[in-house]
Design a protein around this ligand. Structure first.
Ligand code: SF4
Length: 617
């Protein structure tokens, strides 16, 4: 067990990140379990502690008598420096055991720019960074989460990936680890990986070879081991009622990003925005029953003492019984002073009515995401909202007493022209005009936030070449000149960050050397602007002999082998191609939950159905 000297804690910011002993944390005797997991989040405590996926894994593993799950987050650089100076290895917050002593270290992959933190954490744990260099005494390194759907940039470092929803998969993995250990670890690490490869949804990169064409494109990724399937397909929970929900989450001693109850209403989204990766990865929509949600909410309130319930899903306003559940939650908890909040709103007046009902939202302002400035471009991305929808929603919000709204847009979308960019400014101006019409005076607070489009694997836009950085910056400058009015505040994302995201989102195995080079030169916490150093990445690409533009900016042809073709989200490539063509024609595709099934392949191929309680009642 590691003891951190009090003098160390006194020198670092937010020592409560490292002290553990939080309420509801689960401490088991390591000698009493067969499979010990260190659940590692490659970002700082406050971010990792806010992540629902990790809470789910922690709960599911700790429910098993034969397994234990402990937590570890990336130490902030001040703490890292102290740890390295004092020779303190990376350790968990439950038993304070070194991460290197666990059977399994599991990383959550949420964001491409957290990859260097994974290498840094492995290094701090004293675990060889490359899978091939690990010996029998080292833990198995696994990873899951949305970025696992293009696992290739991390193929050298991760022993195996789990694709898709974890609730059932992690039980299979835990059972396999326990069995293998009890049997005396037959075949060693490789023997275990062969067992793991037979678990649905598990991808063992070492069991596949990548071959390249003379022009540098991928020729094929083929299995080289009898246990490895040619294509690994994601796990999906057919019915969320059947899996456990973390109703006793660990309670932090310091403020975290989402410091409230997270109640997941449903999984999936069928709106079909063509840029959205989550919309593909979590298909189809599966709702929890209102009664189940009320029961879970009661348990969560009883076990945490939180006074806010946040209804979290990809698009919570799409829950079919939303009005009903919001009303019942408010009734059930009003005497306890517990409020309800809706983090994502649809652009319509119904959402405003609801937002009014859950007064809490009023404080934080309302956020809408038209995503694009013109109707033509919104049709290209299949956003399914019109300017009239926005006008009505914003008008309703101002009439209901709000005076500020946030608007989210993207630039660099396929087929975008400068007219679409100008449309963003026009739409923001229209919102300030509506305020004047409603209130009879000026004074609306409109904030416009613009991110740069990143083409993501498994989406209809996966083939599209990202705008280069100069073009993105030109578009940002154009917008800046259009926002002269002081009632509109304008912010945008760094184009260099979006570029790197695109490189790693669409990259292949050759990027492993770039990651190593960047990490060696000190890259970490790249998602944090104060630590992001683009020059260092440029140097890493040079050192590894890799051209990043080959990955981010190149339009890929339909017949090109993509680095994630052997990893399936259950959605047919033919459907994505069809959607890309429809996008170029600005032709819409209906929400398959309310309209016709557009045969994306998920329900048919995975044998799961949409579960929609509103439609069935
Ligand atoms: S198969 Fe049809 S109903 Fe199911 S998610 Fe795909 S488009 Fe929707």
């Amino acid at each position: 067990m590691i003891t951190i000297p009090p003098a160390v804690l006194s020198r670092v910011a937010k020592p409560a990140r490292y002290t553990g002993h939080e309420h509801n944390s689960v401490v088991k005797d390591p000698a009493g379990v067969d499979a010990a997991f260190a659940l590692a989040f490659p970002d700082v405590y406050e971010v990792g502690m806010s992540h629902l996926g990790l809470k789910i894994l922690y709960h599911i593993i700790n429910r098993r008598p034969d397994a234990a799950a402990e937590r570890v987050y990336a130490p902030w650089p001040d703490m890292e420096a102290e740890m390295r100076a004092a020779g303190i290895p990376l350790h968990t917050l439950e038993s304070f055991r070194p991460v290197g002593e666990f059977d399994v270290v599991g990383f959550t992959l949420q964001y491409e720019l957290s990859y260097t933190n994974i290498l840094n954490m492995l290094d701090l744990a004293g675990i060889p960074l490359k899978s091939a260099d690990r010996g029998e005494g080292h833990p198995l390194i696994i990873a899951g989460g949305p970025c696992a759907f293009n696992a290739e940039p991390l193929a050298d470092f991760i022993d195996f990936f789990v694709l898709g929803e974890s609730e059932e998969a992690v039980d299979d993995v835990a059972a396999a680890v326990a069995d293998w250990k009890k049997a005396g670890k037959p075949g060693g690490r490789r023997g275990f990986l062969a067992r793991a490869a037979a678990i649905p949804g598990v991808y063992v990169p070492a069991f596949y070879d990548a071959a390249y064409n003379a022009d540098g494109t991928l020729a094929a990724v083929t299995a080289n081991h009898p246990a490895a399937p040619p294509v690994v397909t994601k796990r999906v929970v057919a019915d969320l009622e059947q899996v456990a929900y973390p109703t006793k989450p660990v309670l932090p001693f310091l403020e975290i990003i989402h410091d409230r109850i997270m109640l997941e209403l449903f999984r999936g989204c069928t709106r079909g925005c063509r840029f959205c990766q989550a919309g593909v990865l979590y298909r189809p929509v599966r709702e929890r029953k209102p009664e189940t949600l009320l029961r879970l909410a009661q348990e969560l309130v009883d076990n945490t003492g939180y006074s806010e319930i946040s209804l979290t899903s990809l698009s919570s306003a799409d829950y079919s019984c939303l009005k009903d559940i919001v009303g019942r939650l408010i009734d059930q908890f009003k005497d306890q002073g517990v409020s309800v909040s809706l983090p994502s709103l649809r652009i319509d007046s119904f959402s405003i009515e609801l937002a009014q009902e859950v007064q809490k939202v009023r404080k934080s302002g309302l956020t809408f995401a038209p995503e694009a400035g013109t109707q033509r471009l919104r049709d290209v991305i299949n956003k399914g909202v019109t300017e009239k929808d926005l006008e009505e929603a914003v008008g309703a919000a101002f009439r209901a007493g709000w005076s500020g709204v946030k608007l989210y847009f993207m630039i660099g979308l396929p087929t975008e022209t400068d007219d679409d960019i100008k449309g963003i400014a026009a739409l923001a101006r229209r919102v300030t005009d509506i305020y004047r019409e409603v209130k009879g005076k000026r004074g609306a607070k409109v904030s416009v936030s613009v991110s740069s489009f990143v083409p993501k694997p498994h989406t209809p836009f996966q083939w599209y070449g990202q705008n280069d950085m100069a073009e993105l910056e030109r578009k940002q400058q154009l917008l800046k000149t259009l926002f002269k009015d002081r009632s509109v505040s304008f912010s945008w994302h760094d184009a260099h960050v979006s570029f790197l995201e695109a490189v790693f989102a669409r990259g292949d195995r050759r990027l492993g050397e770039v990651l190593l080079a960047a990490w060696r030169q000190g890259a970490k916490f790249d998602g944090w602007s104060e630590y992001f150093k683009f020059a260092l990445w440029q140097e890493a690409f040079r050192e590894a002999g890799v051209d990043p533009h080959f990955y981010a900016g190149r339009e890929r042809t339909a017949d090109e082998v993509l680095p994630w073709d052997h990893l399936s989200a259950g959605v047919d490539k033919a459907f994505l191609e069809r959607e890309y063509r429809q996008a170029l024609d600005a032709a819409p595709t209906a929400d398959c939950r309310r309209g016709d099934c557009s045969v994306c392949g998920v329900c048919q191929g995975l044998g799961v159905d949409i579960i929609d309680w509103g439609a069935s009642s």
